[in-house]
Design a protein around this ligand. Structure first.
Ligand code: DGJ
Length: 768
């Protein structure tokens, strides 16, 4: 049993953590402990001591207990107007017109698995147990149900709150968060993922001082601020120290507040953003908040990440593709944009197939008058000029090449220049008295309207059922404007999840990739439907190290769409080596975003052998235990993925230092007593990249711009030195010194000829 309740004390245990709270003499829920697993925790030692009250406080019931002050208590929930002045998880206008409320213990029960939600996606409940504690306001028959679902194996506890109005009059909700939790201060730093378009998932760490840090979004989950938040205790590293992680199974406007009170308590509360939020709860109605996910690890940031990865993989992602290796895809977007015909697509697909791709994806531009991004969105009529045999014909031909077929949709948006908008201008979100603000020349469809939802479900489903489609990319390319209020946006989310459920739950065979101008909607709500999400429109691998590395704090590798594109990269003009593009995308749901004809013949050959290498490591990269290895050098980024049979290491160098000779490769998680072979995947060198340096190496002098060199560069490659070691696990964990990189003093075959932005991939297997 992971949940035990006795004498008013609630004990929630996961494999490595314990979460404890109790009811106080006044019926409030007092937080006692969340952290290291404590088998028979002694409540007296854990409780926050408050025998002597602080000065300048408001006492809850001075006569009954002159030291009981809500502001000083660590609480599981709090209200308004009874002496707790910290950020509150709830602001309600009750039938007496006042915001003062006081919710106290009423009852509790334990259920196996989860208690199903009505409107929002939630975790799967496999092997879980749920505690429901019901609180009631002292003055009104308004109930608050607090749900705690314990995932023992994954070290995760989820929380959510449901408000039930049993009064005869409405209750107005201004704010109702999913959870609130108070922890003793440990010198926390708050880590969030923030950024923007093509600049997603920067890890921002801010020291928590007395006061509040808020992570929120006012246009769905979007690029600016991901809903996930971590609390790092002072001194926590990648591998050690107490770290908490919080996330929401929700992609609407979100908010997480972390407040350090003057008396050293940290309150964290998260859920729907109260921004413009007003929800009238009629008599007899309930309001459910999104599920929040919490984890805690003493194993530093990697410990937290690994808990989240296991949880997301098992309890969030679903469908036939949940645990299946993702197909190597070729997407035509960066190769064609809107300019294509069936024949050119088939040529592209054929080239992809020759390289080793398994899925061909037709991106934007196949319907209506969609020849630019100013028209066509909202329509589903296939553009017969581009695709004379329709999607069905194209799909069949793609299948005939030995590839499965995938298709792009952007169902939530509409262009003014579309048949849909001409027929139903009232279906777009806009205010009657204002000129609507556009984003990428488009408006958002009002998914709170049943007719709009039906239109999308029917059109998308029809295509999925009449064409041989194995994969869908669901895009969403604008932020919201011209809305009524925050409650409308929440209703939009409920409508959105209904649409996804109706389309994809009956079709679990389809691999769904979410996308919102890249990683604008990377959240657990979305991952309940989409097995993977396009992480960013920025495909430069050096940028991707930061983006995928940032996302890895909270999300597993299998969920991150990552593609090899052409260099110089569209987003940065950086010229990166092909191998680096491959190696970074290997730690993701891998694909190509290019036309192979733009590569040289030798690059195509090399890429073909990379894809065949990839098939041997794909399972480990996508589903193995993922670790960020701190190399001590901010310019050397190392990731590791480990399965039962294999360890794969990516080591990327973003800035080369001249004459730096020490290059230590350390591995983690091996058996010290076993022997392993560590092999580096062959890294190609293309001759033109060496410019005038060739003069020093070759017996004949060749100018760097000569025709001979350029011709040779198309067809010939050299091989960089590939490391290989046979060593004990203990040795590999202690570290092996890699061979030197070229520093201009001479040439040896046992030397690396890689500079800035290079990458190495190592595969480690146990010797039999
Ligand atoms: C934005 C996506 O992120 C791109 O990959 C591509 O699908 C375009 N939209 C198409 O309009």
């Amino acid at each position: 049993m992971s949940i035990q309740v006795s004498d008013g004390v609630f004990r929630l245990h996961t494999a490595e953590t314990t979460y404890l709270f109790r009811t106080t003499a006044f019926g409030h829920l007092e937080s006692l402990h969340y952290g290291r697993r404590v088998e028979d925790a002694d409540v007296e030692s854990l409780r926050y001591k408050h025998e002597i009250p602080h000065g300048s406080t408001v006492l809850y019931d001075e006569k009954a207990d002159p030291s009981y002050c809500l502001e000083e208590l660590p609480l599981e929930w709090s209200g308004v107007g009874k002496g707790d002045f910290r950020v509150t998880p709830m602001e309600l206008r009750l039938p007496d017109g006042s915001f003062t409320c006081d919710f106290v213990y009423d009852s509790h029960r334990i259920e196996s698995g989860i208690v199903k939600m009505d409107t929002l996606p939630q975790s799967a409940g496999i092997g879980a147990e749920t505690l429901l504690v019901t609180l009631k306001d002292k003055a009104f028959t308004v109930y608050l149900d607090l749900y705690y679902t314990v995932y023992e194996a994954e070290n995760v506890i989820t929380r959510r709150a449901v408000l039930r109005n049993a009064e005869q009059a409405p209750v107005l909700l201004k704010r109702l968060m999913s959870y609130s939790l108070d922890l003793p201060d440990r010198g926390y730093t708050v880590a969030t993922l923030s950024g923007g378009w093509i600049n997603e998932a920067n890890v921002i760490e801010r020291k928590l001082e007395t006061g509040m840090l808020v992570n929120e979004s006012t246009s769905f989950s979007q690029h600016r601020h991901n809903p996930a938040v971590a609390l790092l205790s002072r001194g926590a590293t990648e591998d050690s120290g107490l770290v908490y992680g919080f996330n929401l199974v929700y992609g609407g406007n979100h908010q997480t507040s972390v407040e350090l009170s003057p008396t050293g308590l940290v309150r964290i509360t998260g859920g729907i953003n109260p921004y413009c939020f007003l929800w009238e709860l009629q008599p007899g109605e309930t309001f459910e908040t999104p599920e929040a996910v919490m984890t805690c690890s003493l194993g530093g940031k990697n410990g937290m990440s690994q808990n989240f990865h296991a949880f997301v993989q098992k309890q969030i992602v679903r469908g036939d593709w949940q645990n299946k290796e993702r197909p190597i895809l070729i997407n035509n977007w960066e190769a064609n944009f809107f300019q294509f015909r069936q024949n050119s697509l088939l040529r592209l697909a054929k080239r992809g197939k020759r390289l080793g791709c398994e899925l061909f994806v037709l991106d934007d531009g196949w319907f209506g008058a969609r020849n630019t991004d100013t028209a066509g969105l909202g329509d589903y009529t296939v553009n017969r000029k581009k695709l004379p045999e329709g999607l069905e014909g194209l799909g069949k031909r793609v299948n005939g090449l030995g590839l499965s077929f995938g298709l792009w949709f952007e169902p939530e948006n509409v262009n003014d220049d579309s048949d849909l908008y001409r027929a139903h201008p009232d279906w777009a979100i806009q205010r009657p008295n204002r000129t609507p603000a556009l984003g990428r020349h488009q408006k958002i469809l009002n998914l709170t309207l049943p007719a709009v939802r039906d239109y999308i479900v029917e059109n998308v489903s029809h295509i999925l059922d009449t064409c041989p489609i194995a994969y869908v990319k669901w895009d969403m390319n604008r932020k919201v404007s011209d809305f009524e209020d925050g409650a409308f946006l929440h209703r939009y989310m409920i409508g959105y999840y209904e649409v996804l459920s109706r389309i994809f739950r009956p079709r679990p065979q389809i691999l769904l990739e979410g996308c919102a101008s890249g990683g604008g909607r990377f959240d657990l709500g979305h991952l309940c439907f989409a097995q993977q999400i396009w992480a960013s429109d920025d495909t430069d691998p050096i940028e991707r190290l930061r983006i995928q590395g940032g996302l890895s704090l909270f999300y597993p590798v299998s969920t991150m769409g990552a593609h090899v594109s052409m260099a110089p990269h569209q987003q940065t003009l950086r010229h990166t080596p092909l191998f680096t593009r491959f190696a970074v995308a290997a730690f993701g749901a891998f694909g190509l975003e290019l036309d192979p004809m733009d590569l040289t013949p030798i690059e195509r050959k090399v890429l073909t052998s990379m894809l065949s290498e990839y098939r041997k490591i794909r399972k480990t990269c996508q589903f193995g235990t993922f670790t960020r290895v701190d190399t001590g050098n901010p310019y050397i980024i190392q990731w590791q993925a480990q399965s039962e049979t294999q360890t794969v290491i990516l080591r990327a160098k973003t800035l080369t230092k001249a004459a730096q000779v020490n290059d230590l490769l350390t591995v983690t998680g091996l058996d010290p007593h076993k022997t392993y072979t560590c092999r580096e995947i062959q890294n190609p060198l293309f001759v033109a990249g060496f410019g005038t340096l060739l003069k020093h190496i070759l017996p004949v002098k060749i100018r760097s711009y000569s025709h001979i060199l350029l011709a040779a560069n198309k067809r010939l490659k050299m091989d960089d030195y590939a490391e290989q070691y046979r060593a004990s696990g203990a040795q590999l964990m202690a570290g092996v010194q890699l061979h030197r990189s070229f520093i201009g003093t001479g040439y040896s075959e046992k030397m690396h000829m890689q500079g800035d932005d290079s990458a190495m991939l190592f595969v480690i297997t146990e010797d039999s």
